[in-house]
Design a protein around this ligand. Sequence first.
Ligand code: ADP
Ligand code: MG
Ligand code: MG
Length: 886
Amino acid sequence: MSKWVYRFGDGAAEGRADMKNLLGGKGANLAEMASLGLPVPPGLTITTEVCTYYYANGRTYPDTLESEVNQAVAAIEKSVGARFGDEENPLLVSVRSGARVSMPGMMDTVLNLGLNDKTVEALAKQSDNARFAWDSYRRFIQMYSDVVLGVDHYHFEELIELHKEEKGVDLDTELDAEDWRQIAEGFKAKAQEELGYPFPQDVKEQLWGAIGAVFSSWHIERAKVYRKLNNIPEDWGTAVNVQAMVFGNMGETSATGVAFTRNPSTGDKEYYGEYLIDAQGEDVVAGIRTPQYLTKMAREEAGATAPSMEESMPAVFGQLADVFDKLERHYCDMQDIEFTVQHGKLWMLQTRSGKRTAKAALKIAVDMAAEGLIDEKTAVLRVEPGALDQLLHPTLDPDAPRDIFTRGLPASPGAASGIVVFDADTAEEMAKEGKAVILCRVETSPEDIHGMHAAKGILTARGGMTSHAAVVARGMGRPCVSGAGQLRIDAKNGVMSATGREVKAGDTITIDGASGEVMVGEVKTLQPELAGDFATLMKWADTYRKLKVRTNADTPHDTQTAREFGAEGIGLCRTEHMFFEGERIVAVREMILADDLEGRKSALAKLLPMQRSDFEEIFKIMRGLPVTIRLLDPPLHEFLPREEDEFEDVAKSIGADVEHLKRRAAELHEFNPMLGHRGCRLGITYPEIYEMQARAIFEAAITVEQKTGDTVVPEIMIPLVATRKELETLRAYVETVAEEVFTETGHRVEYLVGTMIELPRAAICADRIAVAADFFSFGTNDLTQTTIGISRDDAGRFLDQYVKQDIFAQDPFVSIDQEGVGELVKMGAERGRSTKPDLKLGICGEHGGDPASVEFCHRTGLDYVSCSPYRVPIARLAAAQAALKG
Ligand code: ADP
Ligand code: MG
Ligand code: MG
């Protein structure tokens, strides 16, 4: 028989930390903490399998669930010494959701469940604190109505505001027991008015209502959006935790808080967090009251006056610090913790691995390895490759002038400039148009996630360092400034103001998530620091990885950047970009529009020295590392003149007539250029183009070898090959040119000739093509286009829907479609090596910098991946992780 319910509490538990799949992250860790002997209020976890059952069986529960829950509740009652629904000594519980991985703010917790008109009186009497009892009851009515019954919380907030106005007070803390009683009555009436039936008084009905709401919430829209963005499978389901309440709202000796065992922003080894005295649950993150700092040091650094927990509750703070250390030693990772203090007694309500910035992830991994908590391999596995992106990008130039508009909390590092947008939908739309936007909100909620994702940065007027905006932004790697207290946002009128100035929607601002500053206009940025922890971790990564990492670069600048990021060669140097620069384009156009071979040759002769000097520079920078140069690939018409004066320039240069040139240009029109006269087809029809390029490459290689003494081994790559014959023909041209140059200069260089595998036919015929190739480079951009039959330039219109409707798990241009395109890569690799075992294999599509695709390349046995310069470190780390995961 299945077991649907697991218990925890009183120093023991049926579950464990490694049972997250069954118990959810929260439940598994509550169990683990209980077993460790930490003070955890007793409770029960209903497994994720019940969630699966619930959806598979028309939203019903397994037969035995109710009796299992009843038994577990009886155990809680016994442990606490109170009874659920008892009119003298009532047990109150929280009902908490918990998926395998935390989904911040996705499913709301209901606190103080078990209160009704009778039990609230009992609680008042028993605690001798009527204010506390009524405060708890009104919270319960509000939360339950909102989360379970669907009555929007603003109805209730309005009533509190009204009451405060009538009484002439500003703060919740100024309301007394009688006020809260009246408010609770008002809430009940409001709920009834909205619902058409009375607020439920039966505690069992309350309990099952809340349990059902947690399971149903797995399928609400914002939860789905979050799962989509974070690649969390739909079928995981959530667990439900029912736990005895402890109260942080019992007066001055009670409190509630959230903490990290290290600084999640910088990674520094210091306790970090916030707490509130006489408060409950999510008050700390809700931004209603301003939370206080945990440590004296943090308070002093911030120049805050409200006492830190270290100062106001030194004894409990000491216990909390012990718990932090114990949990870190136990989990060997930085923990994100939720706790409550009831009458001076500490209770632990949650622990999990804390989300952190890339900078913090690096520092914590390197520090923990140094502290002996983890080994180097674990350290390498601890940093998410994609997150390195945050570190590789610019920060504000400290010397650049700044026009400070306002300040907030440094909630997620990185600097970003963009235009001001006040709502998530607009942010998404503008980002789609290619605009950089900064999303500015009073505070964010899970409904804003798509806009936060689309934005370059996030600014909020409210909320602390652990607010929704801060947590989500750090997770996404977006710079964020939160809690900019002086900022007034008037979204309706498209304007925000601070210190007497206004900024309107559409104006440019810059935010610095590392300092909390918000500036008017754009501020100059600086390149990141790549020494220190970053270098240490990358060095470790390099010792474990098997894949080499090269870069896609075709300018000296990109080549230099890539080398600094650790590129071990160039995997793709596109030659066409070089054709657009300055005067060259005129010569290129001459060549294309020439009527005959002679005309083309004379234009190519002009291009030769330019190409040669391009390659010389790149070879010099790469200092003997392999450089793969792809011969001309795009359809010629991409280079054609369009404007009148462009035609005139070419006409003048070759003494031809403009009208004639226009006719030639029209002849070059293609209906589907992507499948047209491009790639090696150009080499077949106009061998002189590839011959010129080959000559430029060999001459440059020889010059650089002679000048620097470094060995240069150019790898010449022929694009868009579909047949062995194409490659053989073109290879022969290249070899002929090579011999010519070697004879002319009296100097030989080693070189390779290979091909891109970017057509399905090439992958299928890879065994035959390999006969003529020294290497293959999988061009997965074109291979994706030609395999799926979608063009990258046109896919935008439907790809979104394809991803939303789960037809594609991910954009196949971002992460390689492993079961389709990936199969062709595998086939190409296997077949290629079947005829040429030492065939060198690489990938040079955008996928080379996508961690999941890198892992795929490792498993497929490629020799290297090649990606854009900024993604080189990401690929290095991803390759190491792939190797470590085996
Ligand atoms: P989330 O997943 O949104 O963090 P939680 O289930 O952790 O939701 O609940 C939010 C907050 O509610 C907790 O941080 C804690 O302050 C409070 N809470 C939950 N359960 C209890 C409980 N049994 N006693 C006291 N407070 C609780
Ligand atoms: Mg929540
Ligand atoms: Mg929590």
